[in-house]
Write a protein that binds this ligand. Structure first.
Ligand SMILES: [Mg+2]
Ligand SMILES: [Zn+2]
Length: 194
């Protein structure tokens, strides 16, 4: 193994792993993976990365679905990832609404703190892949490497980077392209001296 073994990659869920829906993902049937996302998760897992999901699920606070439904959705996600050799090490969600002033709804960084204490890791410098501005802001504010994908809200989000002081964001077409880039970066070597 190498020095990256066991490093955590943080992923947003909707618009990164599965299709975004303005009317929320309320049932396992409505949960549909984006092309290549399951392969990306499989590749990262097989390379030794640990994967943590950080997702705002205000549909809970809005009463659109309950925790049992969310658990069923995540069971489908986990099973689908497993078919591709992928393992999700933890799913961390904010159940609150926008007006509740909680510390976990992105762009707040509470979910990232939960990941660190639950998985016993340090997220500084680690990749956090999202499609929305609030993902990138949470990543930046917590010292992660913000990574934007052009799926979900990603194309609209890309236009907002400059005005939000987000100049060090990596941008990829989708999660598979991001995963491949991370795996290539892992193999970067310093030239031998002498
Ligand atoms: Mg999203
Ligand atoms: Zn919250």
């Amino acid at each position: 193994m190498n020095s990256q073994a066991g490093q955590v990659v943080v992923l947003d869920r909707d618009g990164v792993i599965n299709r975004e829906s303005a009317s929320f993902i309320k049932t396992p049937e409505e949960w549909r993976p984006l092309p290549g996302s399951m392969e990306a998760i499989g590749r990262l897992s097989r390379a030794g990365y640990r994967l943590a999901l950080a997702t705002n699920q205000s549909g809970l606070a809005r009463g659109l679905f309950d925790e049992a439904a969310l658990t069923a959705i995540h069971r489908k996600l986990t099973a689908c990832a497993a078919e591709h050799g992928g393992k999700i090490d933890g799913i961390f969600f904010c159940p609150h609404g926008p007006g509740e002033g909680c510390r976990c709804r992105k762009p707040a960084t509470g979910l990232l703190e939960q990941i660190e204490s639950s998985l016993g890791c340090e997220l500084r410098g680690r990749w956090f892949v999202g499609d929305s501005l609030r993902d990138l802001i949470a990543a930046r504010d917590h010292g992660c490497q913000p990574v934007l994908v052009r799926t979900g809200n990603g194309i609209a989000t890309e236009k907002l980077l400059e005005n939000n002081n987000l100049n060090d964001v990596f941008v990829f077409d989708d999660l598979l392209e991001a995963a491949c880039a991370l795996l290539r970066a892992k193999n970067w070597r310093k030239p031998k001296s002498g």
